[in-house]
Design a protein around this ligand. Sequence first.
Ligand code: GTP
Ligand code: MG
Length: 601
Amino acid sequence: MEIRNIAIIAHVDHGKTTLVDNILHATSVFSDHEETGELIMDSNDLEKERGITIFSKNAAVVYKDTKINVIDTPGHADFGGEVERVLKMADGVILLVDAFEGPMPQTRFVLKKALELGLRPMVVVNKVDKENCRPEEVHEAVFDLFFQLDATEEQLDFPTFYGSGKQGWFNDSLEQTDNIDPLLDGIIEHVPPPVTVEGTLQMQITSLDYSSFLGRIAVGKVRRGSIKEKQRLSLCKRDGTVEKQQVKELYIFEGMGKKKVTEVHAGDICAVVGITDFNIGETLADIENPESLPLITIDEPTMNMTFGINNSPFFGKEGKFVTSRHIKDRLDSELEKNLALRVEPSASGDSFLVFGRGIMHLGVLVETMRREGYELTVGQPQVLTKTVDGKKHEPYELLVVDVPDEYSGKVIELVTQRKGDLLIMESKGAVQHLEFDIPSRGLIGLRSIMLTSTGGNAIMNHRFSEYKAWKGEIPGRLNGVMIAMDKGTATPYSIDKLQARGKFFIDPGVEVYGGMILGENARGDDMIVNVTEGKKLTNVRASGSDDGVKVIPKIEFTLEEYMEYIDFDECIEVTPESIRLRKIHLDHNARKRNRKQMASS
Ligand SMILES: Nc1nc2c(ncn2[C@@H]2O[C@H](COP(=O)(O)OP(=O)(O)OP(=O)(O)O)[C@@H](O)[C@H]2O)c(=O)[nH]1
Ligand SMILES: [Mg+2]
């Protein structure tokens, strides 16, 4: 059967996974009455809950006697390295662009990678059902982007499709149809069949799958020769050594699942069971004639964060895995699959410095550990600096903000305070499109301030661009916090009394301890407060009112928002049931002494 290998790439939320849903349905992977829901490929719990893709995934369908391997990729910038790797399995890409938003920072990044690899691009202008969308303009903008990125003549000649994943149609014009056949036909016509090379086996491992029965599974495209069940072969390792190993089982992708086969030929994508101790980027090759493919370079981390045991008074109450040994083992196993991650133990051995690609990358790891039953304490994320020619350098990012006209002045003011430089300002209807060059440090905590000062109307996106000279002092959080004086249960009575002085992160009825952070002070300094006075609530999650007391709903932050919120002398206690902010030093006197010391270091 003929094969086409295609990766779907785009900025976050432009509709990749929805398009894959459409492809699976159009090719009858499911029987007519089967209830599948939406975003079928976002199968991991966190992915389902957040509606975003974190891991790239393979699916395969058959259309008009051609097998199409489809690779769904994550759109968030922190997972850009993953996209770059899995592009090695593809011969063509579908670049999806939202018909309203147009090309965004991650559109540029993923397209650049695809063009550099010489892949055949197809463009899909998605979401044409959206009000005020501007598909023709977006098409123009995409063409300009190709041009700026030095696309070849052939790549510039990309076919464009329009449609709506939501309404279930794509066509080669703006005329609405009732199916996606024009797009599927386009894949067969425009994406070249895989280039296969005669000779002995070469397959680069580009991603990794897990099975509780089978263990780690190596996924990649067979580039040369073929691979067989039970075959003895060489694993060409990253460090240059070669290990003899044996294939146990072999699978190809079929629908959303896998199908066991005895042999896979060059050009197809497969999953190999039985290879031990491999890393992504390494090559499976012939037993006698091991020839490695060029290694895949891995993104350097740009940020780190301390992971330590939970040493709050509530230690061990909610989690199953609480010792530093547990945390160490868990981080070690994460390193096997999470390529952009690094871990360094502290001198004392009870905490670890974890390096990653950004807030989301590290946040997803903490969130996953918490769901698995871990308790831990994480510190303020730190941007990594480098020394270049004897000078301190730091990471910079391209920041894009789309905001209604009336707020654009405010946004520029906020970003400029944080050492961002305005590069581009243009109108898109009633919306201003702003682009800035800003040190990554300046982005930490910016989102929540920006949302507050624009009434939730700013859409913010950013992605790493390069290391450049250190830009000097950047003001941190403007507000202080409210800190619990003592251990006890927070009462509606005392929260009500304090509401005029700040905003709470907790509800009445919650157990607190001395040194725990309860909310944001309206003023710039920290304030120790008593929240345990008065009548106790009997029903923990009650409506929050008793004796005529009305408690304003608490501020709900996600883990990542907390990570961006905390100051240098604060940390986050993470357990399967709770996320609590606290001061590193819980004792009020010790903290005052230490804060001066820490601030000056
Ligand atoms: N109006 C409209 N919404 C769409 C369309 N396609 C997808 N969406 C919605 O856009 C949101 C994001 O869709 P996804 O398919 O998850 O986007 P994605 O590109 O896979 O996102 P990431 O994997 O997180 O990068 C969802 O709420 C979809 O329902 C479309 O054609 N029109
Ligand atoms: Mg997705």
